[in-house]
Design a protein. Structure first.
Length: 144
């Protein structure tokens, strides 16, 4: 596994599987979304509070590459890295089967921010990336 700035561990539930006994393709997008929400929470923010302030993040594009199917009961790691590209925040998201580290899904999710109903230049993302940098510096200092 490569290095990620955020990793969430979870488990496949029976109802997420289709007739073939594997996770239905749409659920991988749910897994990735849940990881993004938890990542935001780790930075001290959440979508509800943002919305109350008139700030909404929207998914603008999703690209998912399915590699290996997860099955009921599988534990998995939902990992992400993030960077800014113009007005978009781009999440590189990978999902690995925990038992053997096999890559199950590779995804790219692009998000934009709307404030008071208007598309922004991503200033909110700039502040969020600064919080990430600060958090990384704190982690580094703790290790030293």
């Amino acid at each position: 596994m490569k290095a990620y700035i955020f990793t969430l561990t979870d488990k496949v539930r029976d109802y997420e599987c289709d007739l073939q006994g594997v996770v239905n393709n749409s659920n991988y997008q749910h897994y990735m979304e849940h990881a993004r929400h938890e990542f935001l929470e780790s930075l001290g923010e959440n979508f509800g509070a943002m919305h109350e302030r008139g700030i909404d993040a929207f998914v603008a594009r999703v690209d998912i590459r399915y590699k290996v199917s997860l099955r009921s009961g599988d534990r998995y790691f939902s990992c992400l890295n993030v960077y800014k590209d113009g007005v978009k925040l781009v999440f590189e998201q990978d999902i690995y089967r925990a038992s053997d580290g096999v890559l199950a899904v590779k995804g790219i999710v692009e998000s934009v921010v709307v404030e008071q109903g208007k598309l922004t230049h991503g200033e909110y993302f700039d502040k969020m990336l600064q919080r990430i940098e600060l958090k990384n510096k704190e982690r580094k200092a703790q290790k030293e």
